[in-house]
Design a protein around this ligand. Structure first.
Ligand code: AKG
Ligand code: FE2
Length: 269
């Protein structure tokens, strides 16, 4: 198992260093982010989450195993103390403030996935149409054979540029061309391995995908999604700023001058 990359840091590296690595590589790899005793508890809470039938948990139709989306605000902290505290984290808040700008929503959605063997990759190489900063946590030791997350280092600037070009002409969030099947790109995607408790923080404008879970293997992941507030959506409410940006009536679309900032505190690229 590989535990060291150009973008590997320790949990106590400090916010400035973490931010610098994230800005440069589009991702940070932090083995041992979660203490060993919390990992066992998290796996138990993971199972328990699948048994709940409550409004703050949504089951996701997931071909590669089973998946839930958890609305963080709703979490029953007495039943899920370790889960709640893992994603209510000061470092994550600081990093989100600095990286996405304020106001923002830290881990407002948390996806829980249990990936089972499948000959196909978990998903095709893409960047997310809706930008987020993701806090992606392995609950099991994870290697390429168990479908490790794959990422093209530094590609967040490529995805950002493509998205902004689309948005600048009034293109809708939903129609961003975010996938690639180019072999040259696929070859650059690196499997990010790590022991249980490894945290991967990534900018979803970078090209990424889940790998192939080989027979006899499995992958367990919890990942928090942080967004700018208001969060961009596929169908903006009438008269909101995003709605106006995408409106056919907006004259700025004809000159490519619709304000297009994926990240609020960053110059458009
Ligand atoms: O499950 C994975 O490894 C990739 C998931 C993904 O595409 C994402 O978190 O945006
Ligand atoms: Fe994605």
């Amino acid at each position: 198992m590989r535990t060291e990359y150009e973008f590997t840091l320790s949990r106590d590296a400090g916010i400035d260093k973490t931010l610098a690595v994230l800005r440069e590589h589009g991702m940070v790899h932090i083995p041992n982010f979660i203490p060993a005793e919390d990992i066992a508890a998290l796996r138990e809470e993971f199972e328990e989450l699948f048994k709940q039938s409550v409004g703050w948990i949504r089951t996701i139709n997931y071909e590669h195993g089973r998946a839930l989306s958890v609305h963080r605000e709703g979490i029953d902290t007495s039943k899920f103390p370790v889960f709640a505290r893992t994603f209510d984290d000061d470092m994550m808040k600081l990093l989100t403030d600095q990286y996405l700008g304020k106001p923002n929503l830290v881990n407002n959605d948390i996806y829980i996935t249990h990936d089972k063997p499948n000959p196909e990759p978990i998903n095709p190489l893409h960047f997310d149409k809706i930008l987020s900063l993701k806090f992606f946590l392995y609950l099991l030791d994870t290697t390429e054979e168990s479908g490790a997350f794959q990422f093209i280092p530094r590609s967040h600037l490529i995805g950002r540029k493509l998205a902004n070009e689309h948005l600048r002409y009034g293109g809708r969030m939903e129609t961003i061309d975010n996938r690639t099947t180019e072999q040259k790109m696929i070859d650059q995607a690196i499997p990010i391995e790590g022991p249980a408790g490894t945290m991967i923080i990534f900018d979803t404008d970078g090209y990424h995908r889940g790998g192939v879970v080989r027979p006899g293997r499995e992958r367990m992941v919890m990942r928090g999604h942080s967004h700018t507030d208001p969060m961009p959506v596929y169908k903006p409410k009438p008269f909101t700023q995003q709605w106006w940006h995408e409106s056919p009536l907006n004259p700025a679309r004809f000159s490519g001058k619709v304000p297009a900032k994926r990240i609020w505190n960053e110059q458009s690229v």
